[in-house]
Design a protein around this ligand. Structure first.
Ligand SMILES: [Zn+2]
Length: 340
């Protein structure tokens, strides 16, 4: 019996760094324009005593501040909570600035990579940036100048918010939503907006600006239509487990990611480091492999460092697999042409 092949790509900051825009990775994120921002600069010098800015890591800092913002207002009754909040917000602003890419330009490396995919293939991303989003919007089929309804990009609004159908949406995915693979940004995105008020319609749902025809003028800081609080950008630091469980929409995306990894015949890990602090990601991979019905799969690992590749391969348990290693994304693309 012939098995239908499907690929799931797991992509991380290394792929954005290799893009035409050379975006910063998590480590070394704070090497530019940081001196202009006094409060972040002051905090980083305290957080990393006597260390070079090259050592500073965005995810470590975001994770620390995220936990402080959640706990200090409850555990302590002081003004510290206020300053943590301000710092976290300025850090998000700085992050957006660092990850900004020119409007209307498309990364040629991402374009070639995504052209190796078939409709049923899935992309799991841990990047907040919009490099992959732009390419997918450009190469996937369109309907009336909008992403095609069932394409990876076309489905995002329905996964994060209200499904645009006449009837009440069914409790889970429609058959047509399962025809194509998915584009799952498991740490959120710079163009996703939500409201912080528990129970608010915009707290339950997330608004993806990049794919909605109603996104014009929508921005962080604008008042929430339902409760009046100011809207926030939705990104999740890696240790914020509680936040993932709190937010049903994200649990939905993680569940789909788990299923896609369990059923894919090929898994390609590109430019992602599996930081020890990111136990959610490490859990996702190991659990997905354990849940596999079809035990055999191909594992493709793209990373310039042999040491990093070895560490990534160790994270994928079991021996019933073939492993392929590549130093560059181009090597991967050249060796894995479009599968017809
Ligand atoms: Zn609200």
């Amino acid at each position: 019996m012939e098995t239908k092949t499907s690929t799931t790509l797991i992509i991380g900051a290394g792929l954005s760094a290799a893009s035409d825009f050379h975006l910063p990775t998590m480590r070394g994120f704070f090497t530019q324009n940081i001196s202009e921002n006094t409060e972040i600069n002051y905090f980083l010098k305290w957080f990393y005593p006597n260390q070079n800015p090259e050592e500073y890591n965005l995810e470590d800092v975001l994770s620390f501040l995220n936990l402080s913002c959640a706990r200090i207002p409850i555990w302590q009754n002081n003004f510290q909570s206020q300053s943590n909040r301000i710092l976290f917000d300025s850090l998000l602003k700085y992050t957006k600035m660092r990850l900004e890419i020119p409007v209307n330009s498309i990364c040629s490396l991402h374009e070639s990579l995504f052209q190796t995919l078939k409709e049923q293939d899935t992309i799991i991303s841990f990047n907040y940036d919009l490099v992959a989003d732009r390419v997918l919007l450009n190469i996937e089929p369109q309907q009336n100048d909008r992403p095609g309804l069932d394409t990876r990009m076309g489905k995002i609004s329905g996964l994060l918010g209200r499904l645009n159908i006449w009837n009440d949406p069914p409790p889970s995915l429609l058959p047509r939503e399962q025809k194509w693979g998915f584009y799952l940004k498991l740490h959120g995105s710079l163009d996703w907006l939500y409201c912080e008020t528990p129970g608010c319609e915009n707290n339950v749902n997330i608004f993806a600006c990049g794919v909605s025809e109603l996104s014009e003028g929508q921005a962080e800081g604008m008042p929430c239509r339902y409760c009046g609080a100011s809207l926030k950008t939705f990104i999740i630091p890696p240790v914020a487990t509680k936040r993932l469980e709190d937010r049903g929409r994200m649990a939905f995306l993680w569940n789909i990611a788990l299923r896609q990894l369990s059923s894919a015949t090929r898994i390609a890990v590109i430019g992602i480091s599996f930081a020890p602090s990111d136990f959610e990601l490490r859990w996702l991979v190991r659990q997905a492999i354990e849940l596999r019905v079809q035990k055999y799969y191909e594992l493709h690992v793209v990373n310039p460092s042999k040491h990093d590749r070895q560490n990534i391969i160790k994270l994928f348990p079991g021996i019933d697999r073939s492993v392929y290693e590549y130093e560059t994304v181009k090597d991967y693309i050249d060796n894995n042409p479009v599968d017809c």
